[in-house]
Design a protein around this ligand. Structure first.
Ligand code: ADP
Ligand code: ZN
Length: 704
């Protein structure tokens, strides 16, 4: 039996397994069932793919999403592994061909949709020799999961029928109820549970609260402009918003498409394919977008509103950076979002659960400690070291004594008989001279203007915290007026204490810094562009997404390491044997062609000139490219000639002219000065030609 590590290298080009991958493979090879829980992008597929390569017969992969199936099969075939899929999108003829190939043992992995499985089970499935059943998106079997598919129920019969065949159920859903239900509903046989960390350290996390719509637009546009060429997804709550955002971007000269469940299936497929194939940089979408997308080079995710729960949010941001390279996520939210979300669920029988989930989401958004730790603790992983890749870690809030501010706010609310909302309260505290303040005579109450030394923004920050800590409540059913809670009233007592965080600087450093970091790992140079272009051409020729050929992280490794032979190319993570065989020569040629230019500035100046001379650039062009005078370039050519480089000086000075110089020089005493030669020739040759002629002469003399 082949060694799993060498298969990983040979077929996928990776040097080592990620945590749990090898364990899952070995457990499967020993014939036992397993449940594999890994976050999106964690590397679930490798588990059953390598196992499949090691097992004798066919591995059947049950997968609910047709688009994903095709992607995986494309990736496998590109890596030289025989794989196929079987689903309702195919003709009877195609299906028969595939079955024949399976019977003949020519296919290692067969992907099948749950619908087709139901029919296959009564039909041909029983006559195939099957070594392993892998169930992708296994949470679909559970009513508790977020994507219940009744056809998954059939798998239980398959389990009973294939008594000894190992089953591997895979999911990114972390919650315990779903996990337990998977075992039960699939009828798994005392499976081992492999639970991986949900941490995705390459995703930066940033949140911005209460940003006015106009500023939000500017901030998002700037965010995108800092990431030209990089694919990203913008999630919004409503269909209408996705359309508005897309229009905003298109008006700002950024091409984008929108996607939501209201579009017809063809348009949806078209938008999705365009995104996968890098034709559209940005998709403005509802959460309906992304389920079937395995695109590894999504570099950023923005949420324009607060998502309804942390599970969904984590899954959505998880679609960025699947290739392990840095990716940025940014979440905007405000109180309107909270109202809207609560409104959606107000008639649901599960209202209490949903409210609780919204509250956890709000806590995350309003966090004053490391955001990653909050997310991970939600999934049951505890960690108290700072992640240093979230806005809080990079710009920790300063905690101050907030009693004065809190008491001012409370007094303002109570003296107006709890009739003010956040904005009115702030205007009152700051002594604003607005119409409604005067109409309501708020300028006459004692608190009017006491908080004028804090900005509007500061006040928003303090009041939001008081709401989050439960000192104030928002009356969602009564014009969003602020209500003081019992805890709030206690703050008016003499020995009360309250700590608040100081308002952060307005511009979040985290977003800017991660943008910089990103630039550092994704160098945008000629070689990157050339490799991207090549990748796109090959992808189009083979009708597969570009990242199937090689992903961004592989591309960056090639750019950094600049391999110059097949062996070095094989060392690049992501370049397996078959890929090197197929694309190696082309890639090496591109690297070689551009390498000379890419690293030019490290070479001595005259050698840099030589590299351009070799490319048949004329003197004027070289001088322009190098930003040096033509005289200097001629000087370089002389030096190169002296050092034996293949430089033809006779292009600039003929044999005849060289002989003229030789003649004149014989008569003159000073052998190396230009002026006497120039004068003697009465200006027939210019100084450059004389200089070059002298170089040729002295080289001939030396060589003799
Ligand atoms: P999941 O199905 O869990 O969302 P995938 O199986 O699609 O994740 O893997 C995500 C990415 O990680 C893919 O680009 C895959 O090639 C890569 N990957 C998986 N295992 C490894 C590994 N051991 N080393 C390097 N990259 C890996
Ligand atoms: Zn952090």
């Amino acid at each position: 039996m082949r060694n799993p590590n060498s298969l990983l290298k040979e077929y996928f080009g990776y040097n080592e397994f990620r945590p749990n991958q090898l364990e899952v493979i070995e457990h499967t090879l020993s014939g036992q069932d397993s449940v594999v829980v890994m976050p999106t992008g964690g590397g679930k597929s490798i588990c059953f793919q390598i196992a499949a390569l090691m097992l004798e017969d066919l591995t059947l992969v049950i997968s609910p999403l047709i688009s994903l199936m095709k992607d995986q099969v494309d990736s496998l075939t590109t890596n030289g592994i025989n794989a196929a899929f079987f689903n309702s999108s195919q003709s009877d003829f195609e299906k028969r061909e595939i079955l024949n190939a399976c019977m003949a043992g020519e296919i290692k992995l067969l992907y099948i949709s749950p619908e087709s499985l139901v029919m296959a089970f009564d039909n041909w499935l029983k006559s195939l020799k099957i070594s392993l059943i892998a169930i992708d998106e296994a949470h679909c079997v559970s009513m508790w999961g977020h994507d219940f598919r009744p056809e998954y129920g059939q798998i239980k019969n398959l389990r009973a029928f294939l008594g000894k065949t190992p089953f591997m159920a895979l999911t990114a859903t972390a919650d315990k109820i779903t996990r337990r239900d998977i075992t039960k509903q699939l009828g798994l046989n005392e499976p081992e549970i492999f639970l991986s960390s949900f941490n995705r350290p390459n995703l930066s996390l940033a949140v911005k609260g209460h940003v006015p719509k106009k500023n939000k637009v500017t901030e998002i546009i700037n965010f995108i402009k800092n990431r030209s060429d990089e694919a990203g997804i913008i999630y919004s709550l409503s269909r209408k918003e996705t359309e508005q955002w897309s229009e905003t971007f298109n008006n700002a000269g950024i091409s984008s498409r929108f996607y939501h469940a209201g579009l017809n299936p063809e348009t949806r497929a078209q938008v999705q394919d365009g995104f996968i194939n890098d034709n559209y940089q940005i998709i403005c979408a509802t959460v309906a977008f992304g389920m079937g997308i395995d695109k590894s080079n999504v570099r950023w995710i923005i949420h324009t509103n607060l998502p309804k729960n942390i599970e969904g949010y984590y899954q959505e941001i998880g679609r960025a950076g699947r290739d392990g390279m840095p990716a940025d996520t940014l979440l905007f939210y405000n109180f309107r979002d909270i109202i809207l979300l609560n409104d959606f669920i107000k008639d649901s029988p599960f209202k209490d659960t949903y409210v609780e989930k919204i509250n956890r989401m709000v806590n995350y958004a309003e966090a004053t400690s490391c955001r990653r730790n909050i997310l991970l603790s939600y999934f049951g992983e505890f960690n108290d070291t700072k992640c240093n890749n979230c806005d809080i870690c990079e710009n920790p809030p300063e905690i101050i004594d907030g009693l004065t501010q809190a008491q001012m706010a409370l007094s303002g609310i109570l003296r107006t008989n709890q009739q003010v909302g956040v904005n009115m309260l702030i205007n009152l505290l700051r002594g604003a001279k607005t119409m409604d303040i005067f109409e309501k005579k708020y300028n006459e109450i004692k608190t009017y203007g006491v908080g004028s030394n804090y900005s509007f923004y500061d006040w928003q920050h303090y009041i939001n915290q008081m709401i989050n800590y439960g000192y104030l409540e928002i009356a969602y059913d009564d014009h969003l007026k602020l209500v003081v809670t019992d805890a709030g009233r206690n703050l008016l007592k003499p020995d009360a204490e309250i700590s608040l965080s100081r308002p952060p600087e307005k511009k979040s450093k985290a977003v800017k810094q991660t943008a910089k970091k990103q630039k550092a790992v994704a160098p945008k140079n000629d070689l990157t562009q050339a490799l991207k272009k090549y990748r796109k051409e090959i992808a189009q020729k083979n009708s597969v997404p570009a990242y199937v050929i090689f992903n961004d992280s592989t591309l960056n490794e090639i750019v950094t390491q600049k391999p110059n032979n097949h062996k070095l190319l094989l060392d690049i993570p992501g370049m397996g044997k078959v890929k090197v065989e197929r694309f190696g020569d082309d890639i090496l040629k591109i690297v070689n062609d551009l390498n000379s230019i890419v690293d030019l500035d490290k070479l001595p100046s005259h050698i840099q000139t030589f590299k351009l001379y070799e490319k048949k650039l004329d003197i004027q062009e070289i001088s322009q490219k190098r930003d040096l005078s033509e005289n200097t370039i001629y000087g370089h050519l002389s030096k190169l000639y002296e050092e034996g480089y293949d430089v033809n000086l006779h292009k600039f000075v003929s044999e005849y002219e060289v002989n003229q110089v030789k003649e004149v020089r014989r008569k003159l005493k000073s052998k190396h000065q230009l002026k006497p030669v120039h004068d003697a020739l009465e200006g027939q040759l210019n100084y450059i030609q004389i200089g070059l002629a002298l170089t040729i002469i002295s080289k001939i003399e030396q060589d003799n």
